[in-house]
Design a protein around this ligand. Structure first.
Ligand code: ADE
Length: 255
């Protein structure tokens, strides 16, 4: 997969995409992240890429010319057609489902805005889709692009060392992840649940599924409402609720 990022801060994207799982995916040839700076396509001596908005108002907008030329340049750099995504708080909220869909594309172009955004005509004519990473405003699209690249990169086949770990992710299957423990078995902070050391894989699977269901019920009931539960899941969730209530009663309702 190839991702081109159009950004006024290529060094930010280069450093994010060069480390960790995404960096390794690039080293393994599973993913290629390239940057392109619209400033390189400015036509004046000051390399201007922004201008005041018509009608007045605060801030500056990125102008059409350098963005159109940067896009043309990036498109010409590879043969496959690419979807162009603009990162913006006005976009559709990013979900794991969307990430999985994007991870299957051969090519993407991510366009990062700065200042107050970009001229609307760029969005109407040159952009296929707008994506938001959450209901808050960042000072530019680069952090959001880095989030998208990370989420997509780790899903490329062979990017994660343990193939199972993507399947176990929070949200894969629509639920939050179960808790995980490692050494030591016993500590001042508590003990590891015994079932995890039982070696009984069926019991461990059941316990993990129960915890994932219970956690989602406690923390994200909105997610749980969207998941279709089979008979086992309904039983496990009922067990969890029962155990949770019993534990709360024992604590006198105090955590
Ligand atoms: N650019 C600024 N804020 C953003 C957000 N919340 N999501 C995506 N891109 C952005």
């Amino acid at each position: 997969m190839r991702i081109d990022v159009i950004t006024l801060f290529p060094e930010f994207i280069d450093s994010c995409a060069g480390i960790g799982v995404v960096g390794r995916a690039q080293e393994r040839g599973l993913l290629e992240v390239k940057t392109c700076n619209p400033r390189d396509f400015a036509t004046d001596n000051h390399r201007t890429v922004d201008a005041r908005p018509f009608g007045g108002g605060p801030g500056m907008l990125m102008t059409i010319g350098p963005l159109r030329d940067a896009l043309q340049n990036v498109r010409a750099a590879a043969v496959q057609p690419a979807r162009v995504i603009y990162l913006s708080p006005q976009g559709t909220r990013l979900t794991q489902e969307k990430v999985v869909e994007l991870a299957h594309q051969e090519r993407l172009i991510l366009l990062c805005g700065r200042y107050e955004g970009v001229d609307e005509r760029v969005l109407e004519n040159l952009v296929d889709e707008e994506i938001s990473i959450g209901d808050y405003v960042l000072s530019g699209g680069e952090l959001a692009a880095a989030v998208v690249i990370d989420a997509i990169g780790r899903l490329q086949d062979g990017a994660l060392n343990d193939a199972q770990s993507a399947e176990q992710d929070s949200f894969s299957g629509g639920l939050l992840d179960c808790p995980h423990y490692t050494r030591p078995v016993s500590d001042d902070l508590g003990a590891v649940p015994e079932v995890l050391m039982s070696g009984d894989h069926a019991m461990i699977r059941r316990w993990r599924r129960k915890q994932a269901l219970g956690r989602t019920w406690l923390r994200r009931p909105d997610l749980l409402a969207r998941v279709e539960l089979d008979a086992e899941a309904r039983t496990l969730l009922e067990e969890f609720r029962h155990e949770h209530r019993a534990a709360k009663n024992q604590q006198g309702g105090v955590r």
